[in-house]
Design a protein around this ligand. Structure first.
Ligand code: DUC
Ligand code: ZN
Ligand code: ZN
Length: 476
């Protein structure tokens, strides 16, 4: 009997720590051998000239979220569920996703989690965990539900400082930070100053400025900067660990750096839209600017350059898509028609499949970041922060064989018809890419191979994630 179910032969194996030319032996879904030359293997994949990387982890994506009540875009439907979303992720080299089980106001978080499990059941092609979104931190949520859920595999909570239906007060954020600290969970914060953006929105509307391009004017950088500073201060007061999601520009990043200098345990995420889109994209004709509307909005080229610098110098910990799948039709972006005021357009852009290839192409191929930094941003750091390391996020003995074999020379031009999501556009249409994951494995099973799907929906497992041990340095 062969000692391995599969051997990946002759590739360059890359982790966050190093690159080495070696073979990878896989048995029962896990990496069991790494050596210069492995013999045997029921199947052998020739990876000569290829890069053998840990599968990507997209730690911020939205799939099949129940419709929100009270959001300006209430009624818009997410076009991707766990089936199409995980399929799309897999073809882009991502083997783990962590979307959000959302508590709407008045709801139980536990019920939201049960509902989300039902939505995921039997659909995913890859493994998945759940973050929690808390919009109503009642006494029961803080003293009963979170203390039960956080240690049970859901060790991260997102809260919003904006969106009428989702935002919680500073005092409530302190309560969430506190309970997360006690249970070793990570609090994720969407940082924008709500009062300020509503004041600007109303002024813009009164002046008749309602087109998508004014979405950017309604949420300028200073109000993200202020909220980021406030979130960091709240974490400092609560002595809790914090992650700022979707950082869009330099001023917010400066606040994060300043907080780190004070000793705040603050992590930072950015997304492709802040590198590859700008506010000019919101001004596309025929309402097409709505396709690039997300919050915070894309900024300008100077901010793009500074986000790239933060990616290269280690200021950012993770790189996520914030995939929010709204089609450019009456169920999604056009829910309120083509002349809807920007505040009534669903926020978010698709990006599960393009996230890692965009970072590889413009990061690694273009010489801005090393392969090690790519692996950190693409998977290793998310695994560490969200309690999955070293099972996910690395290639090591005992780790799940979640592996993407990249052809660093493969060139293609992004186009929506090549993608596997259920959204009818990509904001990156026409962008040239060099470097693509040509074979993708999840727990040792080849799931995508040269553009062909090899797996069944429903094979993906729910991942119970570990808590961070407070005090212990699980991070560096
Ligand atoms: N902003 C969010 O906060 N979530 C989903 C999409 C978006 O643009
Ligand atoms: Zn957000
Ligand atoms: Zn989001």
């Amino acid at each position: 009997m062969s000692p391995f179910d599969l051997v990946i032969r002759g590739g360059t194996v890359v982790t966050a720590a190093e690159s080495s030319r070696c073979d990878v032996g896989i048995r029962d879904g896990r990496v069991v051998a790494l050596a210069e030359r492995l013999t045997g293997g029921e199947r052998v994949i020739d990876a000569a000239g290829k890069l053998v990387l840990p599968g990507g982890i997209d730690a911020h994506c939205h799939l099949d979220q129940p419709r929100a009540h009270g959001l300006a875009s209430a009624g818009a439907v997410m076009a991707d569920d766990f089936r199409s979303g995980s399929l799309s992720a897999a073809f882009g080299g991502t083997t783990t996703i962590i979307p959000f089980a959302v508590q709407h106001r008045g709801q139980s978080v536990t019920a939201a989690v049960a509902d989300y499990h039902a939505r995921a059941a039997g659909k995913a092609y890859i493994d998945y965990g759940f973050h929690l979104i808390v919009s109503d931190p009642s006494e029961k949520v803080l003293t009963e539900e979170l203390p039960a859920l956080l240690p049970a595999g859901y060790a991260s909570v997102k809260v919003y400082m904006t969106y009428e239906a989702m935002r919680i007060s500073d005092r409530q954020i302190l309560d969430v930070l506190d309970v997360c600290r006690r249970y070793g969970a990570l609090t994720m914060i969407h940082a924008e100053n709500f009062e300020c953006l509503m004041w600007l929105t109303e002024k813009l509307e009164a002046a008749g400025h309602t087109e998508p391009k004014y979405h950017a004017a309604s949420r300028p950088m200073p109000l993200e900067r202020e909220a980021t500073h406030r979130a960091a201060m709240l974490a400092e007061v609560a002595q809790a660990r914090l992650l700022i999601v979707h950082v869009s520009g330099a001023q917010a990043l400066d606040e994060i750096r300043r907080a780190r200098e004070r000793g705040v345990q603050i992590h930072a995420e950015t997304c492709p839209q802040y590198l590859f889109l700008s506010e000019a994209d919101l001004d596309l004709p025929d309402f097409e600017g709505a396709k690039c509307m997300c919050s915070p909005p894309p900024r300008d080229s100077a901010n793009q350059a500074l986000i790239w610098r933060g990616i290269a110098d280690g200021s950012f910990d993770i790189f996520s898509s914030d995939h929010a799948p709204y089609r450019f039709d009456a169920m999604g972006k056009l829910l309120n028609g083509r002349i809807a005021p920007f505040r009534k357009v669903a926020n978010g852009i698709p990006g599960l499949e393009t996230r890692a290839p965009l970072l590889f192409s413009e990061g690694v191929t273009a010489g801005r970041i090393s392969l090690q930094r790519f692996v950190e941003l693409n998977s290793a750091n998310a695994a560490r922060l969200y309690g999955l390391y070293p099972r996910k996020g690395t290639i090591a003995i005992g780790a799940d064989a979640d592996i993407a074999i990249w052809d660093p020379e493969k060139k293609l031009t992004l186009s929506n018809h090549l993608l596997h999501h259920n959204v009818d556009y990509t904001p990156y249409e026409g962008r040239a890419i060099t470097g693509w994951p040509v074979i993708v494995l999840s727990r040792g099973e080849v799931i995508c191979e040269h553009g062909e799907l090899r797996a069944q929906a429903g094979r993906g497992n729910f991942l119970k994630r570990d808590s961070l041990q407070q005090g212990a340095d699980t991070w560096t």
